[in-house]
Design a protein. Structure first.
Ligand code: FAD
Lengths: 731, 330
């Protein structure tokens, strides 16, 4: 695809793309100057708080807010579950919203919600789904699928079959910045919202109907987000409540960000998945048959279905599977970084690892052998290369041993491997690029930086295109006034913003060259912008500094736009060029130590080999993988939304018993990004989600390798590790 | 959080005079790392807080070889950790403070607050009362009791005492000084902790208008000591089980051992069984393991915490081995 005008520069011409560049807002964040939604404290601020149901399932008979309204300092009250109209409001999880209060002080608002009188009719509830035999009346078939003839394949006397049970409980998103908004009404028809969101350009419309205003009268602002992971695409009932509280307070700003416990109760949960699996291979390790019966809950509604056997679903020769939804009163689920994939990965890679043990085979070898089951041949090739790179970085051939670790002592070491895939195609988006006579360059778009490095990537693309240093480009995002950009979900952002800003910057550059070429006595196509200069190609005498060249614009700035469409026809590709694609692979190896007397698992090392096409910023790409590995250690070893079957409530809605790793718990992280010929040609591909898919499986496999027996479900807590050892391990 | 009165007396006598005669009227505020969370969660809603901040006599660390150590109630974890005398003479106390890995809690949390902090039982913290009951029915036995008691858990209390300092202080024979309306009394720390029979009681032997002023630890002469906490994480977390041991060795044999378990019972749990098993023995893998086994011989795990029996056993074994290895204080 050479010579398409927007194409990424050739490797030899790249000055910035693919280098290790520090994030441009790093100082802001590290010094505390970056203002997150939680930091917005405009004058006259009111504080919003929400009363929530303590019952997991109940009808509401009445809500009486009169006592709360009387409390000095309370300014407005909104009932979120109004009683009176049929049907009677019904609560389906503990923590569901009943009413909201805005007051002049936070403590007054807290006291006020406790003065609201609610009459409940408690109803039976169901909150524990792992034991499917107890779930009668709460299940719904989700998927039944069959391919080839699995039963026949299992019966082949030459195959080896492994049977096992694997599972992942419901976990929460636990965003460090909780969900919520700071809202005010500049006038009676327009709403200004500081939101903690993954969709600056996308969410305004959600306010329109409930508040009877126009979507374009809603201004969403979000400069920094303290974590979203898929849970921040909705303005939620509390966003609407905040706007109503503000409205009835005469438009004064209302700050309503969730309390920590509410964040864990209602603002995001990843569905569980449990599975009974049979998997078979020929004696040489060739996978031939899969059979699974799986179930999981995502609250009352359905949840996604884990795409097992993963990632071999499409090519697996013979398989049958059945998945059942279980409805529970635990609160709704939301997309969690690579929805359904970490669950599918643990189930499949765990089962395959157990099969490798039964075959007496090195699991890296077994995966190598079956790499052609990958969705496409490119990915198969990537898997082979990544298995090799990861094995080398983990010193696999030296450190791996057949199960269990037979060395003396109570602490056993083990290694485990897993692989994964994800899409990462771009979202649609727009941008505006300006080049001003004073030499300044600005790019504006209604995007958001979730901490992934989006700002930095945009700056690099524009700077590379205009031959500038990164800090010469001003990146303005985080406001719905700017050209709309897609929401950040599905690892679509880097593809989306790099596509639109590359096109926008090329368009700006071409318009700029056209405007100043006469002054240089050259044709626009003879100009090039490199190293902060504009020059006539092959004529060193005709060189201007960037500033001098911009001064030639007189008083008129260059204003250009760029767009990334969701997809392009073959015809469009000729002029719009192909800047991105989708479909990545990755391999991870975990190295752990297990104290067999206490069941405590310690991370020695996580190794990740990951591809994602053309990498714009190697440093922020590596950071994404580091973050994913840390998140992976958390859900592999610690995280669980613990529900009480007697009260229907979550028992650990705090960061004390909802455990997360600290820096001392994550071990050494080794990240290798696959780049260069064979990878870069694919254009830019998203990376946020893929590296969080494998850690659970790799760590579970490593523990099995250490102690010689599978700990069936995550998290790998001491009680479960000890129970597994007692049942059949090497204790 | 309900509005409250804030008092800042300058003497211990004035402080107790400001305390009410019923639990819940007023609370003593030390570092506030536990109390303020309890208030924000409306688990306690005192009408008055009596801050210890301005009471100079409650601070200070003094060590004298003859009389031992005095820790003022408002000494922080960090002050304890920074004391060269404690490091030299009571290494296990340092281990205990090191377990609290949060710098914030280390610099605000006090030793008095550590001993008087309230249980972390999640039912208690969700508002089901100290004994975790709903409509008179105890929630722990049939609920999620993975972190609850395995000893002394015949009810109605099932929580575990959360203090990291208490087990080792009890093993070292510490006493506490209590200021009351009538004056000062001394109580052995062992007797300071009690298992409440009703939700209106507290987990320690203070009257509502009394407070803890000093911790007194006997001289450590010739004592081998260690604390072993089983912790899943390095980052701030609670131990799943802990054991503190202190003993002398005479002619290679254990003399007068003290073994106190933590996080296994509503009170720090001195284990006479483990002490008997250890007494007169040489210290080695086998005898330490025997003592560990003895320590949990009467454990009655609940539905989800049998694993803690094993953890407590291992904690005792490892603490004994560490103490023997650590050498005695001269
Ligand atoms: C996630 C987490 C993990 C933790 N892990 C540990 C751990 O592993 N080990 C551990 O020991 N602790 C741990 N802590 C608890 C911490 O040590 C306590 O919060 C702290 O010791 C309390 O001290 P404070 O001075 O802040 O007490 P405050 O919060 O001020 O008081 C606590 C209670 O004691 C009472 N009180 C305080 N001082 C006195 C006094 N002199 N006389 C009478 N009553 C008094 C108060 O009225 C209140 O009821 C942890 C805490 C958290 C949040």
């Amino acid at each position: 695809m050479a010579n398409c005008k927007y194409d990424w520069p050739e490797a030899k011409d790249r000055k910035l793309i693919g280098k290790r560049i520090s994030r441009i807002d790093g100082h802001e964040k590290a010094s505390g100057r970056a203002r997150y939604t939680f930091d917005m404290n405009p004058g006259n601020l009111l504080f919003g708080k929400i009363l929530r149901s303590p019952y997991a399932h109940a009808k509401i008979k009445s809500v009486d807010t009169s006592e709360a309204e009387k409390l000095p300092g309370v300014v407005s009250v909104v009932v979120m579950k109004p009683v009176g109209k049929e049907p009677q409001p019904e609560i389906q999880w503990a923590g569901d919203e009943i009413a909201a209060v805005a007051a002049t002080r936070e403590e007054i608002a807290e006291d006020a919600i406790r003065k609201i009188k609610v009459e409940y009719d408690p109803l039976p509830f169901f909150v524990n789904e792992e034991d499917l035999s107890q779930a009668e009346g709460h299940t719904k078939p989700a998927v039944t699928e069959k391919k080839g003839d699995p039963e026949k394949a299992f019966q082949d006397p030459d195959v080896v079959t492994s049977e096992g049970y694997y599972g992942v409980p419901v976990i929460t998103h636990c965003c460090l910045e909780t969900h919520g908004h700071v809202v005010d009404w500049p006038d009676s028809k327009s709403l200004r919202v500081y939101a903690s969101t993954q969709g600056v350009s996308a969410i305004g419309g959600q306010f329109a109907d409930p508040l009877e205003i126009r979507a374009d009268d809603v201004n969403i602002i979000c400069n920094y987000v303290g974590g979203g992971f898929g849970s921040k695409f909705a303005v939620d009932t509390w966003g609407i409540a905040a706007a109503k509280l503000s409205k009835s307070a005469g438009g004064k700003p209302v700050k309503l960000l969730l309390e920590r416990d509410h964040e864990l109760l209602v603002a995001g949960a990843r569905p569980s998945a449990f599975a009974k699996v049979r998997v078979a291979a020929k004696k040489d390790g060739t996978l031939v048959a899969w059979d699974s019966e799986s179930w999981g809950t995502g609250g009352m509604g359905g949840s996604g279905v884990p795409p097992i056997p993963y990632p071999f679903h499409d090519k697996f020769p013979n398989f049958s599977r059945k998945h059942t939804f279980v409805s529970t009163n635990i609160g709704p689920s939301r997309a969690w970084r690579a929805p359904n994939h970490p669950q599918a990965c643990l189930i499949t890679m765990g089962a395959i690892d157990d099969l490798a043990a039964k075959l007496n085979m090195d699991p890296v070898e077994l995966l190598m052998k079956n790499a052609d089951l990958a969705p496409d041949p490119t990915l198969a090739k990537y898997y082979r290369e990544e298995l090799e790179v990861a094995a080398k970085l983990a010193d696999w051939h030296k450190n791996w041993h057949p199960r269990p670790d037979k060395t003396a002592g109570t602490v056993k070491r083990g290694l485990g491997v897993s692989l994964h895939t994800w899409g990462g195609n771009p979202h649609a988006g727009n941008c505006a690029v300006s080049i001003h006579p004073d030499g300044s360059v600005e790019v504006k778009l209604g995007s958001q930086d979730l901490g992934t490095g989006t700002r930095t990537v945009i700056a690099i693309v524009v700077a590379e295109t205009l031959g500038l240093p990164v800090d010469a480009v001003k990146v303005t995002i985080g406001d719905s006034k700017y050209p709309p950009d897609g929401p950040s979900g599905g690892s679509t952002t880097v593809g989306g913003v790099s596509g639109s800003t590359r096109r926008g910057a090329v368009n700006a550059r071409d318009a700029f060259f056209a405007a100043i070429a006469p002054a240089l006595g050259a044709k626009p196509e003879d100009l090039e912008a490199v190293d902060w200069h504009v020059r006539v190609k092959g004529n060193a005498a005709k060189t201007l500094t960037w500033k001098q060249a911009c001064a030639k614009l007189g008083v008129k700035s260059i204003e250009a736009t760029g767009a990334q469409k969701p997809r392009y026809t073959t015809e469009e590709q000729k002029t719009e060029c192909v800047l991105n694609s989708g479909g990545v692979g990755g391999v991870q190896i975990a190295d752990v130590s297990v104290d067999t007397e206490t069941g405590i698992v310690r991370m020695n090392r996580m190794v990740a080999a990951q591809d994602c096409g053309l990498i714009i910023d190697l440093k922020t790409a590596e950071s994404q993988v580091h973050g994913a590995l840390i998140m992976g250690v958390c859900y592999a070893l610690y995280e669980e939304k613990i529900m009480d079957r007697q009260t229907g409530r979550m028992l650990n809605p705090n960061m004390e018993f909802y455990k997360l790793a600290g820096i001392g718990d994550v071990g050494e992280l080794v990240v290798h990004m696959m780049t260069g010929p064979g990878y870069d040609e694919r254009g830019v591909i998203g990376l946020g989600e893929p590296p969080v898919i494998s850690p659970g499986a790799a760590i579970s496999n490593a523990v099995a390798n250490a102690i010689g027996v599978r700990v069936p479900t995550l998290p790998l807590t001491p009680d479960k590790v000890l129970a597994a050892i007692e049942k059949g391990g090497m204790a | 959080m309900q509005a409250f009165e804030y008092a800042r007396p300058t003497t211990a006598e004035a402080a107790v005079a400001l305390l009410g005669s019923q639990w819940g009227d007023s609370e003593v505020l030390a570092g506030g790392t536990d109390l303020v969370s309890l208030m924000k969660d409306y688990v306690v809603s005192p009408k008055r807080l009596v801050s210890l901040k301005d009471i100079k006599s409650l601070g200070g660390i003094e060590y004298k070889p003859k009389s031992g150590l005095r820790l003022g109630a408002t000494v922080t974890f960090q002050e304890l950790l920074d004391s060269p005398e404690i490091a030299r003479n009571y290494p296990a106390l340092v281990q205990a403070a090191q377990g609290v890995t949060s710098p914030q809690i280390r610099s605000r949390g006090t030793v008095g607050g550590d001993l008087c902090q309230r249980p972390r039982c999640w039912y208690f913290r969700l508002g089901y009362g100290l004994l975790a009951q709903s409509d008179g029915k105890p929630l722990v036995p049939d609920g999620d009791n993975r972190y609850h008691a395995i000893l002394g858990n015949e009810g109605p209390a099932y929580f575990v005492n959360p203090s990291s300092l208490a087990p080792i202080l009890i093993a070292l024979g510490a006493k506490v000084r209590v200021q009351g309306q009538q004056g000062v009394r001394e109580v052995s720390l062992h007797n300071f902790f009690i298992t409440p029979k009703s939700a209106e009681e507290r987990e320690y032997a203070l009257q509502p208008n009394e407070m803890l002023t000093d911790i007194l630890v006997p001289p450590p002469e010739g004592i081998h000591m260690a604390l072993y906490e089983v912790r899943q994480k390095e980052a701030l977390d609670w131990p799943l089980a802990a054991a503190a041991v202190a003993f002398k060795l005479s002619g290679g044999k254990v003399d007068d051992p003290r073994v106190v378990l933590g996080h296994v019972a509503p009170v720090p749990w001195p284990s006479l069984e483990a002490e008997h098993a250890l007494e007169g023995n040489t210290v080695g893998e086998a005898s330490a393991d025997e003592a560990g086994k003895a320590a949990v011989s009467r454990a009655t795990p609940l539905s989800k915490n049998a694993y803690k029996v094993k953890l407590a056993h291992v904690a005792v074994k490892r603490a004994i081995l560490a103490a023997a290895k650590g050498g005695a204080n001269a």
